[in-house]
Design a protein around this ligand. Structure first.
Ligand code: SAM
Length: 259
């Protein structure tokens, strides 16, 4: 599990720079700063470009490579490579942070990218998604990557799929935008009250010493998640950050306060 340092991964022109800086003090409140207006404008132009040229990566059957793993992405399932978020969260899963006796919950598993990466290290992984196609997709990818014995894929709405269960590590790359989703594909992007319900249920699904890693994007209302975590008296620290021309991705470490 991550210690007192923060890993910053800065992506630029195909190069990743990883630097260690001291973690924020607990008294220092974390905020998700928006990117400058010019970056937002570039982001909107790039999003339009994705919609025109990258549509097949969202709506067709695809095979994507993440690290040394291959993933089939079914139509309506979130692509872990196109918006870069699933890829980034999975890249943090290594043997220095995930021990062999760890029990992991991958909330909103999508293609199963983080569940599969975690299962290569951890004792067991429960992968949950509300979208039936995502559940099917994650199951296929567990088989494809030969970790099916360690992954239990379940369909359900947030913690209702894991009643009474506790985990050492909970991963969540949530829908960033607020509002009612229009269909299953849109559930990856938009939710009405996922931040509120995830923050409310988190404490009772973590083992003592456990934590969640939650990925937030400057595209969405990241501060809304942060406010919900503070409302439930959870501790928030920045675990990793990756900057692109148009977007900043932040992975937060969220944990109950030590008594
Ligand atoms: C941004 S995608 C992330 C997918 C994958 N974890 C990744 O990193 O590539 C968010 C996922 O959360 C799922 N989701 C949305 N609302 C949910 C809910 N209430 N309960 C469970 N899963 C949910 C979506 O179906 C989608 O697969």
């Amino acid at each position: 599990m991550a210690g007192g340092n923060v890993v910053h991964s800065l992506a630029g022109a195909g190069t990743n720079i990883v630097m260690m800086t001291p973690a924020p003090q607990s008294a220092q409140l974390v905020t998700i700063a928006p990117v400058p207006w010019i970056a937002r404008l570039i982001g909107k132009a790039m999003a339009l470009g994705y919609r025109l040229t990258g549509k097949s990566r969202y709506d067709n059957f695809r095979i994507e490579r993440v690290q040394d793993m291959h993933f089939i992405v079914l139509p309506s399932v979130f692509n872990p490579k196109v918006p870069r978020t699933g890829d980034f969260l999975a890249s943090l899963l290594d043997s220095t942070r995930v021990r062999a006796d760890t029990a992991v919950l991958d909330m909103g598993t999508g293609s199963g990218v983080c569940a599969v990466a975690a299962a290569r290290l951890a004792r067991r992984v429960v992968a949950v998604d509300i979208n039936a196609q995502a559940v099917r997709c994650a199951g296929i990818n567990a088989l494809l990557n030969e970790v099916q014995a360690k992954i239990d894929v379940r369909q359900g709405d947030l913690f209702t799929a894991v009643p009474g269960e506790r985990f050492d590590l909970i991963l969540f790359n949530p829908p960033f935008l607020r509002g009612a989703p229009s269909d299953d594909r849109d559930r990856a992007w938009r939710a009405s009250d996922v931040a509120e319900r995830f923050a409310a249920g988190l404490g009772t699904h973590l083992k003592p010493g456990g934590c969640a890693w939650v990925l937030l994007s400057s595209f969405g209302d990241g501060d809304h998640f942060v406010r919900e975590f503070y409302k439930h008296r959870l501790q928030v620290a920045v675990l990793a950050e990756r900057r692109f021309v148009n977007e900043r991705l932040t992975i937060l470490k969220v944990s109950p306060h030590a008594h």
